[in-house]
Design a protein around this ligand. Sequence first.
Ligand code: ATP
Ligand code: MG
Length: 418
Amino acid sequence: MKYKTLKGLQDILAPDIPVWQHIEAVARDIFRTYGYQEIRLPILESTEIFTRSIGETSDIVEKEMYTFQDKGGRSVTLRPEGTASFVRAYVEHHLYNNPAPQKFYYMGPMFRYERPQAYRYRQFYQIGAEAMGIEDPNLDAEIISLLSAILRRIGLEGLNFEITSIGCKACRPGYREALKNYLRDKLDGFCGDCRRRYDLNPLRILDCKVPECISSRQGSPPVLDYLCAGCREHFDGLKYNLDLLKVPHTINPNLVRGLDYYTKTAFEVTSESLGSQKAVAAGGRYDGLVDEFGGPPTPGIGFALGMERIVPLIKGSVKTSEGPDLFICPLGDEASVKALVLAEQLRTHGVRIEANLESSSIRSQMRKADRIGARNVLVLGEDEIRKGEVVVKDMTTGTETRTPIDIQELARLIREKK
Ligand code: ATP
Ligand code: MG
């Protein structure tokens, strides 16, 4: 074999495709009921869009971006996530002029140069949502409830909704100092990245995945203890609302997100069935990001779910293969052409038809009908064409029905058997 996919990338093929389509269809349907409109964004953006928002010292920007120069010498990056591109579009098209909340969703591939492993790819797909213009925790509760509705409807069970607040511009500096004080004499136990982050962005140390760093930072002060009155009240409001909406959740004071733009609410949905890559979805509030991108101060909140982590969890419960409603077996050249025409006409009635367009022995055609799981089979030979009558065989029950070659009649018969 000469050509293969690149490391960390994969083709998505048949038995998985119906599972992907199921998730996408459920998500679209639920987004519709919550008033979210789709937005389609480019996959390639100016690099600065990500460095400015996700943060220079984040793992994504430091290690994981597919960044290169295009032929015009500009630095461009394959998007590692959706929110930064979304906010760029929100500001570029002055969407803040529309009445709040403005609510959007997107679906598509993201790219991160990570070490590939189970459930971790270099191209992976997210379904994301962003809601803009409302600061009240009612919106936070609504979007978390929306995420919970999608995950429930696609058939996921045993999920934990972990929530926290990571403070705002007002209380973060105080927390930053408290954290630095705590870590000051423990720095030897941390990796080189974290020692560098200590001065640049100490909060990032809390997100480092290196095992020594995880144990060295144990016992550090939780950000929840340092929230200002406004953030505390906001977080209390969120918890109250989630109880009200019956979205089961736990408070995880150690939850930190890998992106710098988050403020106040942060959340993650985890599944114990996934081993170490257990986050299926994550999100949070980003009240300063529109401002940062040159728009008027506008609060926002969003989430993204990871398709590759959800597909394997529900694979067994989604019907994956569906054979045609009718398989037409022509015998002879004249019948093959007739089969082609008959199939076209029947399809306009919404039934799924597979016609064997090349005449072969009846035995091999029946074998094929069986292999592709056809529900009904119709044999079309010279005799049938002459008499204007065919026999439709139901492959599950074995029942045979004689019927005239009449499109309306045939379509009705096949629909009845569905
Ligand atoms: P992790 O902690 O697993 O690295 P993350 O915090 O980097 O996740 P987010 O940026 O919050 O992930 O992305 C939201 C979701 O996208 C994750 O919860 C996960 O389901 C999915 N995701 C992120 N990175 C990958 C990847 N490399 N491969 C597959 N799915 C991914
Ligand atoms: Mg990551």
